[in-house]
Write a protein that binds this ligand. Structure first.
Ligand code: SF4
Length: 351
């Protein structure tokens, strides 16, 4: 949607360090009609059918408009008080941010694929730390724990840790596992979800669980073979589709039902191949997380311009819900995108 200046300022406070992630950072987090939490993409340049304008009756409020008419009232979710904290020289929001009732941070805020010029077309994981301290690119367990010590952790349902891939057998798990281990030792009640590529050595999945990971998200992104080769070139090379399927099988055994999920970027492929992917993963006990692809207009030459029709998106979500119901799949995730539920609607149809 297109925000006016007041709405844009309310949303800016939600992401003061301007961290960039796929769905996590590019939107405005709001409560619609007093009960539905969403993270809606907003654009200053690209024209959309919806706009968000200041609600004259509420300082935190916005009106969602279409064709000059207000569709519904919403409230921008206020930035938590701890957003003003610092951890050493860093703003705390460079380390962790809040997403609804979840916390999220990137352990390895880069990816080996950028150096190889084979990164996924839509990926922005390395953008917010360019030119910044290496300590932010590779966050240690100590830094994460110091950040958590300044947050009322008990107010949050879970913590999501992610990171780009490496070319090691853990494909990045080897960087995240030690952080999970220390965080879960200090905060044993905190559910930790990890979002990462599937490892070449499947034993890393067991190691992640041993470290204290509660759930695992390994993102297929797109199902069609030809599109995978173009859209996620390096990932497709180092983590081919078969490696995902093998990792899903192992992860299902290790974490149990409803604890393994995979994101599909809606807008990368025709609906029919997307549906095939969704059916396949549901058949393996994996929760699909279809997310509408987002566009980063402030990034020069951003190569991915998804056009997601909302009717197609609803069709995909309804299909996923029907398939999950048919096979009795439910999500048990307490952390991660599925649990957060602001970009991701799947919890509403498979809970
Ligand atoms: S593998 Fe992940 S981190 Fe690396 S470029 Fe692709 S989406 Fe980004």
């Amino acid at each position: 949607m297109n925000p006016d200046n007041v709405a844009a300022e309310l949303f800016r406070k939600q992401n003061p360090s301007n961290v960039k992630r796929g769905g996590l950072s590019s939107g405005g987090k709001m409560k619609l009609a007093s009960r539905i939490f969403v993270n809606a993409p907003f654009y200053r340049e690209r024209k959309t059918d919806l706009s968000a304008v200041a609600d004259p009756e509420n300082a935190q409020g916005i009106l969602i408009m279409m064709d000059g008419k207000a569709l519904c009232k919403a409230e921008a979710i206020p930035a938590p008080e701890w957003y003003s904290e610092k951890v050493g020289e860093f703003k705390i929001t460079q380390i962790l941010t809040a997403h609804n009732h979840q916390l999220a941070g990137s352990v390895y805020e880069d990816c080996a694929l950028f150096a190889l010029r084979k990164e996924c077309k839509f990926c922005v994981i390395n953008r917010s730390v360019q030119g910044k301290s290496p300590a932010l690119v590779n966050k240690t367990a100590k830094l994460m724990v110091e950040a958590l010590d300044k947050i009322p952790v008990e107010e949050y349902g879970g913590l999501t840790l992610n990171g780009g891939m490496t070319l090691k057998p853990g494909r990045g798990m080897e960087r995240i596992a030690p952080v999970v281990k220390e965080v879960s030792a200090k905060y044993p009640g905190l559910q930790i979800g990890v979002e990462i590529t599937p490892p070449a050595d499947l034993d890393w999945i067991n190691r992640m669980a041993d470290a204290g990971t509660a759930s695992l998200m390994m993102n297929l992104e797109t199902w069609d073979g030809e599109i995978r080769a173009k859209m996620i070139q390096g990932k497709n090379e180092y983590c081919p589709k078969e490696s995902y399927l093998a990792a899903f099988e192992r992860a299902f055994k290790v974490f149990g039902p409803g604890k393994v999920s995979t994101c599909f970027v809606v807008g990368t492929e025709p609906i029919e191949s997307l549906k095939k992917g969704i059916s396949t993963v549901i058949g393996m006990g994996v929760v699909p997380s279809p997310l509408a692809g987002r566009y980063f207009e402030e990034i020069a030459d951003y190569p991915f311009a998804p056009k997601v029709n909302w009717r197609d998106f609803l069709e995909v979500i309804s299909f996923a819900g029907a398939e999950a119901a048919r096979l009795g799949l439910k999500t048990m995730d307490k952390a991660g995108c599925v649990a957060c539920g602001m970009c991701d609607l799947i919890k509403d149809v498979v809970a």
